[in-house]
Design a protein around this ligand. Structure first.
Ligand SMILES: C[S@@+](CC[C@H](N)C(=O)[O-])C[C@H]1O[C@@H](n2cnc3c(N)ncnc32)[C@H](O)[C@@H]1O
Length: 507
């Protein structure tokens, strides 16, 4: 007899599929197929609030079934070598295979022709593609690149989703003209080999893949060495991170990215964060928070705002707000270029300004209505976060609200903490049994990013309680949690207000 859990999971899957089907029928839409070209809009149904819950239950239940059904040694061995998927993905992105296939059209291209364009030996390319394809299939992801004939590859929706500029007349012409790239064959190959320009004007997904499979994957192999490093073991205040060991540097990743020679990586990092947003519901940044009820002209400071991809969305959706994007010098320069490409009116109208500011010093803006922090605190250990938060607290006005936009980690067991009881929104809705309380595999990305933060930056993804404690120690009070359950990543907004007693910054 099958385990009762298996039967319950199978039932949950069919009920949830029926819900997705019912929604599609009621709306008169087809659920996107893997054989159709990807667009951000067509994918948005998967993040629709009425669909996403059922989708998450299906993903979570399917993974639990796989874990039950697959022999344990196979599961462990597969996980042990899964890193090769990342390495193969990087080859495909950084050697321009996607762009070359897109240009070739639906009939695909012989590997020799791909090789003529990107300079990678066909035998090697074949080997890489096979690795990527076979492992992807083994993980039930489905092949990224399809073959009709043994030596011919063509794009599937997964690769098209990387959103490279198309190198064919029409839509491409516009983008390529913007970046000053001509269309003759000579320049085309130059473009393939000009990484400085590669991601500019794209939707950022390929930049995200390229970044993650470069610094992060290389560093990941050093996790054990970092954890067992004698300096760390001897309680040194700054034990090396896996990134430090892999890249032979003592620097934290951000000052390292700002170093001469890393200009391409820094630019790619900024565009990658814009690409990351494609995992989130459209207009997710606006959801939940009362942006529309802020007084006209209110100042929103995006602290460590990167190239300003979030500030751009807030500015576009709320034209009466003023945005100040703060970051380090090189990033601010990249941000201004990013805005010139995507939203020049924001700059010319004065609605958005950039400011060089080190968030380890008190914030120069003392009349902010909102301090906005996205993906800042997860880059640093607790003591450093408290420093950052205190420097915002000393500059906060009585009506300043602090929005922390971060992933919230949920334990795989049920919890009922004081914070969950008293702070509105702090508690996550529990999924039905026998799914894990944290939604299991449907939320695996959260836990991988948690590891990634530790690996590249000594950082960490935190629970609501951990954020409440950091805020409490730095003069802020957690007021509410604005959850966005439809996000594929547990990205939520924590809203904090100044504690009544003003703190002085400890140095
Ligand atoms: C993970 S990124 C997040 C960027 C942006 N908030 C977003 O969500 O797209 C972290 C940002 O912090 C910036 N940063 C790092 N150290 C900084 C410092 N000391 N002062 C200001 N910004 C800093 C980095 O340059 C980077 O843009």
């Amino acid at each position: 007899m099958a385990q009762p859990t298996m039967l319950a999971l199978a039932k949950l899957i069919s009920e949830s599929v029926a819900k997705v089907d019912g929604f599609c029928v009621a709306q008169g839409i087809n659920f996107p197929s893997l054989d159709e070209p990807f667009t951000i809009e067509s994918e948005s149904i998967k993040l629709h609030p009425e669909v996403s819950e059922a989708v998450n239950y299906i993903i979570s239940a399917a993974a639990q079934l796989i874990a039950i059904l697959r022999p344990v040694p196979v599961t462990l061995s597969t996980s042990a070598i899964h890193v090769h998927v990342s390495s193969a993905l990087r080859v495909v992105v950084d050697s321009n295979v996607i762009e070359i296939l897109r240009e070739a059209g639906p009939q695909g291209l012989h590997v020799k022709e791909i090789s003529e364009k990107n300079g990678i030996d066909p035998g090697k390319l074949e080997a890489h593609d096979m690795a990527s394809r076979k492992i992807a299939e083994a993980s039930c992801v489905r092949a990224y690149v399809q073959r009709d004939r043994p030596e011919c590859l063509h794009n599937q929706s997964h690769f098209i989703c990387f959103g490279y500029r198309q190198i064919i007349p029409g839509a491409n012409t516009k983008v390529c003209r913007k970046s000053g790239i001509d269309y003759d064959q000579a320049n085309l190959s130059k473009y393939y080999f000009s990484p400085e320009d590669k991601f500019i004007g794209t939707n950022g997904i390929a930049a995200y893949i390229s970044r993650s499979t470069d610094e992060s994957v290389k560093s990941s192999g050093f996790l054990y060495e970092a954890l067992t490093h004698p300096i760390g073991a001897e309680n040194s205040p700054s034990p090396p991170s896996p990134f430090n060991l892999a890249f032979k540097t003592d620097l934290h990743i951000f000052p390292w990215l700002a170093q001469e020679g890393n200009e391409y990586r820094l630019r790619r990092f900024g565009i990658a964060l814009d690409g990351f947003d494609k995992m989130l519901p459209l207009n997710g940044i606006s959801k939940g928070y009362h942006w529309d009820s802020l007084p006209i002209g209110s100042i929103v400071v995006d602290v460590g705002g990167g190239v300003g991809s979030e500030a751009m969305k807030i500015a576009q959706a709320h034209p009466d707000l003023k945005l100040i994007v703060q970051d380090t010098e090189n990033v601010v320069a990249n941000g201004i270029k990013f805005f010139r490409n995507k939203f020049i009116q924001g700059l010319t109208s004065g609605q958005v300004t950039f400011q060089v500011h080190d968030f380890f010093t008190p914030n120069p803006v003392t009349n902010a209505r909102v301090f906005f922090l996205r993906f800042i605190l997860h880059d640093w250990p607790d003591a450093t976060c408290i420093q950052i938060l205190k420097n915002l607290r000393v500059s906060a006005a009585p009506d300043t609200e602090l929005i922390i936009n971060e992933c919230l980690i949920q334990y795989a067991c049920s919890t009922e903490t004081i914070v969950e009881k008293i702070v509105p929104g702090a508690r996550m809705k529990s999924p039905p049994s026998p799914l894990l309380p944290n939604l299991g595999y449907a939320r695996v990305f959260d836990y991988l990013i948690d590891l990634q933060m530790a690996i590249i930056a000594h950082g960490v993804e935190r629970t609501v309680e951990q954020y409440a404690a950091l805020l409490q120690k730095s003069g802020w009070e957690l007021k509410e949690v604005l959850r966005m359950p439809e996000s594929s990543y547990s990205l939520h907004k924590l809203v904090a207000v100044p504690q009544s007693q003003r703190l002085s910054v400890e140095r």
